[in-house]
Write a protein that binds this ligand. Structure first.
Ligand code: AMP
Ligand code: MG
Length: 340
């Protein structure tokens, strides 16, 4: 199959909606990462997502909606208090888990009695969902295990020949996936950390718990996707935690002894390394949005440069840092070095 890349145009949206209605696969831009979309109420179309991504069948998908009213057919019941909060946080990088209605195919929920739902911020994509006439099931548009794609080019690198089309909506603004919040339990619980932190969500929901597995590797995560190795470039990833100077000295030592090393450090540390296209700045430690924005793209970039090992400066696991470290820990297969 030839994968066609479409630019943002009204006529193109109509054509893409037809592909989706016919049960085809279209990669869609969102503010978090690119999604691989199919008609979420068509089991045969949904199955194609698992094949194209090589995704384990026990890992459920997020349904993407274009307006809040669309949620009522998809869930058993939505507490009006939650509906009110969602109307404030949506559209945006928040996915909620609720008891599913009988409309939801088992392929979407991987046999669970709950369903994950999100309304993406990108207007273009909401317009496409509206035209498709159905919620769109869409996991990240990468081959399972690889870094999530934040550009149409990255989608094409993984999905060329495997899907009908890609809608090129430019770079994803945020760069890491949505926060997954379980509203089917009380108190509500974060199953995957993302752009919305525990602190921000507590302003809306009151007490918000963290799934124990997010802090303790020996616990089984409630979100099936969290148990897999994920976000990994071909290069080996090692994360370094600790005082800036000590971490940088350690990274320097290793990079002097070994060949083909990629280095990702915060901007105020970059000048300590020889100038090289394999030394990448992650922006400021005080504003992690740049790090989130460039993380997956930089992994892919290092692979293109045939780097064998990527040494990354880690961040404290609090606030948005918890979400970023969640991705880094998985990319590194928990290869974290604490330098003291
Ligand atoms: P992605 O594969 O990048 O789209 O991420 C979707 C995440 O949402 C995965 O970690 C899934 O396991 C999780 N998820 C989807 N549906 C559910 C559900 N019903 N209950 C718990 N986690 C879910
Ligand atoms: Mg994913």
């Amino acid at each position: 199959m030839e994968t066609k890349v479409y630019k943002q145009k009204d006529d193109n949206l109509k054509e893409l909606a037809e592909i989706l209605k016919a049960g085809g696969l279209v990669a869609i831009p969102t503010e978090t990462v690119y999604g691989l979309a199919a008609d979420g109420l068509n089991p045969e179309a949904v199955k194609k997502i698992f094949t194209a991504k090589n995704r384990p069948m026990d890992n459920p998908l997020i349904l993407h909606i274009f307006e809040i009213d669309q949620i009522y057919d998809l869930v058993e019941n939505l507490d009006p208090v939650y509906a009110d909060i969602l109307s404030k946080l949506w559209p945006g990088p928040l996915t909620v888990i609720l008891k599913k209605s009988s409309l939801i195919p088992d392929e979407v929920s991987a046999g669970l009695d709950t369903v994950a739902i999100r309304m993406p911020d990108k207007k273009l994509t909401r317009d496409l969902i509206s035209l498709a006439g159905s919620p769109l099931a869409a996991p990240s548009a990468n081959i399972s295990g690889r870094p999530s794609p934040t550009s149409a080019k990255a989608v094409l690198a993984d999905m060329n020949g495997r899907i009908e089309a890609i809608l090129d909506g430019g770079d994803s603004k945020i760069g890491i996936e949505s926060t997954v919040l379980d509203l089917s339990v009380s108190p509500v619980k974060i199953l995957r950390p993302g752009y919305y932190t525990q602190e921000i969500l507590e302003e809306y929901f009151g007490q918000v718990d963290l799934d124990l597995a997010l802090k303790d590797k020996d616990q089984t995560p409630k979100s099936p996707g969290q148990k897999y190795k994920h976000y990994s470039p071909r290069a080996k990833v090692v994360v370094f935690m600790g005082d800036d100077d000590k971490v940088v000295n350690e990274i320097k030592k290793i990079s002097q002894d070994q060949e083909n090393i990629g280095i990702m450090v915060f901007e105020d540390q970059v000048h300590k390394f020889p100038e090289s296209e394999k030394v990448i700045s992650m922006g400021s430690k005080d504003d992690l949005s740049e790090m989130a924005h460039m993380l997956f793209e930089s992994f892919r970039d290092m692979d293109e440069k045939q780097v064998e090992t990527i040494l990354v400066q880690g961040v404290e696991e609090k606030g948005f840092g918890l979400s970023i470290m969640n991705r880094l820990n998985k990319a590194a297969g928990n290869n974290i070095k604490y330098i003291i």
